[in-house]
Design a protein around this ligand. Sequence first.
Ligand code: KG4
Ligand code: ZN
Length: 342
Amino acid sequence: MIILGIESSCDETAAALVTADRQVLAHRLLGQEAAHAPFGGVVPEIAARAHVEALEPLIVAALADAGLKLADVDAIAATAGPGLIGGVMVGLVTGKALAHAAGKPLIAVNHLEGHALSPRLSDPDLAFPYLLLLVSGGHCQLLLVEGVGAYRRLATTIDDAAGEAFDKTAKILGLGFPGGPAVERAAALGNPKAVPLPRPLKGSAEPHFSFAGLKSAVARVVGDYPPEDIAASFQAAVVDCLIDRTTRALNGLTVTPTALVVAGGVAANGAVRGALQTLAATRGLRFVAPPLWLCTDNAAMIAWAGAERFAAGLTDPLDTAARPRWPLDPAAEAVRGAGVKA
Ligand code: KG4
Ligand code: ZN
């Protein structure tokens, strides 16, 4: 069984072909960093136009890489949200058109489900339930992944996502865009204890994350310390918060997870991965993190989520709507704070 995956919810246009037995036959990706760099962040209108231009050639190239025709594909999985709505619509409409033209089923994938199930693509032994820390540019959540389509949200951010904090810190320090990798490189040259920075919600009885205060604190000390020391101290503060909140979630679980898992763009960060690995070891848990290319946005994770849903008999009608917001756990309570994306 072969699934074509399409991703266009943020600033990466991507197409991939993945089989139900975990072979990635092709995966193509075109980033838009250069187009957004002058603005220091993703501009939705520019992103949507870039997806329109890039997507079809990427699908054609992915099929050619795999030596396949559209007729060889068993189903088409496209991200249907959450994300920047113009971009999501480009990918979803393309998926619908291909599904209709080729007479194949459509699978509308939640982008967060793509991240949440991606560790099962790289690790065939990863069984449900697992505790997932999903840390990306748009999201920072702890989820108990109980099965395909069964996600319990244990915590989310009340303001900024962790990746957003990395991106804003990079902007404040003048390190460029995208910020996460730039902050990590600068941090490698700095002293993580040099700058006193807050750890918002660390030790709090509520389960959630908060990063807005940390970002503001960075803005207040800029110029007082070498940027490398600020970057290193910022990264250490983020790691502290992630570990504290993840530990709290582990302590509150009523089931024993098979593993501690991290996914999403910030999972590419070495300090974050290292600290989570240590936490897992102290709790006697397996630690699973997808390879770096599978952590940041890509279409293989969308194809894989499509394969998991298809195997469970889940397909979607061609009038499925694109959704700018789409919580993975519909039962999760709304949290205080504004600007929360899911
Ligand atoms: O999952 P992703 O590619 O897109 C979203 O769905 O948001 O995550 C992108 C985020 C960006 O905020 C980026 O700065 C961050 O992941 N990121 C990193 C690193 N690589 C990417 N953050 C910290 N360290 C990194 N090495
Ligand atoms: Zn993502």
